[in-house]
Write a protein that binds this ligand. Structure first.
Ligand SMILES: [Zn+2]
Length: 281
């Protein structure tokens, strides 16, 4: 067991150190609007068990109605966001100390997100995988151990993807929830051939429009202002966060408040063919 957790810790540390940095980091404009002040963290959410059966039910809306529409996703082109709409995505978890704080912030704002989980993390914390699902969020995969698939042979890359999917789906076995066929390339290091293969088997590759760069060591307020500045420049998009970072969990309540203040809507993605998708369509 000790060895098991030491492996996970090593991966966590590697992710924290490497920061999941993408090879093609785009420069982001600095915030030009008034500085945004961090607000206090959201109060603790009700126990997850209280909401174990309401995966498809809308979360309670708070004043400001940050929750937007639900999109049923069968293929990438289904994710057509309008101006003012964002999708929240969280990669590399789950991680107990930080993922639950992220879940509490999302609950407090009444919005849903998509979590792209690393197989080895899901294998280490299956109860947390199930909690993410029971609190109404979509879960996809992100390889087994966060490999850079561009550096691997095609067969090895596909094996990595399949292994990650198996671990994440396995954590949900018996929970009444299932993994969405959503995938994100680690480091956003994709290839046309792998994308084509995934599309052919019905896997939706979730791309990133706005990189919060929360893997860069910086204060939570910087994550907030950087991400809002990028969003203001683009007006909509899929936002990349990482729920393994404390600074992300710390910044999220204020980020969600800023989204609400600016009139944005958080769009929920659900896979086609689920009960939720039936209700959404
Ligand atoms: Zn990642």
């Amino acid at each position: 067991m000790a060895r098991h957790f030491s492996i996970v810790s090593a991966i966590s540390l590697a992710l924290l150190a490497a920061g999941c940095e993408t090879p093609q980091v785009r420069p982001l404009a600095l915030a030009t609007s008034a500085p945004i002040t961090l607000i206090a963290p959201a109060p603790a959410a009700p126990p997850a068990v209280a909401r174990a059966d309401d995966r498809c039910a809308p979360l309670p809306a708070l004043p400001g109605a940050l929750a937007g529409r639900t999109i049923t996703v069968e293929r990438l082109s289904d994710i057509a966001l309008h101006k003012g709409e964002v999708v929240l995505s969280f990669d590399d978890g789950p991680r107990p100390k930080t993922t639950r704080r992220v879940l509490d912030a999302l609950d407090h704002a009444g919005v849903n997100a998509t979590f792209l989980m690393v197989g080895q993390m899901a294998k280490a914390y299956p109860e947390l995988v199930r909690e993410v699902a029971s609190r109404g969020h979509s879960i996809g995969s992100h390889t087994f151990d966060h490999a850079n698939l561009r550096t691997m042979s095609r067969s090895a890359a596909l094996a990595e993807i399949a292994s990650g999917e198996k671990a994440v789906a396995g954590a949900l076995t018996g929970s009444g929830h299932s993994m969405a066929p959503f995938f994100r390339f680690p480091y956003l290091a994709d290839s046309p051939a792998l994308r084509a293969t995934l599309a052919a088997r019905g896997t939706v590759v979730l791309d990133v429009d706005i990189d919060s760069r929360d893997y860069v060591k910086s204060p939570p307020a910087t994550v907030l202002t950087r991400t809002m500045a990028a969003l203001e420049a683009r007006k909509s998009g899929i936002i990349l966060f990482h729920d393994i970072h404390a600074r992300t969990a710390a910044a999220l309540p204020s980020f969600l408040a800023a989204l609400s203040a600016e009139g944005y809507k958080v769009v929920r993605l659900v896979p086609a063919g689920t009960d939720c998708a039936a209700e959404a369509s």
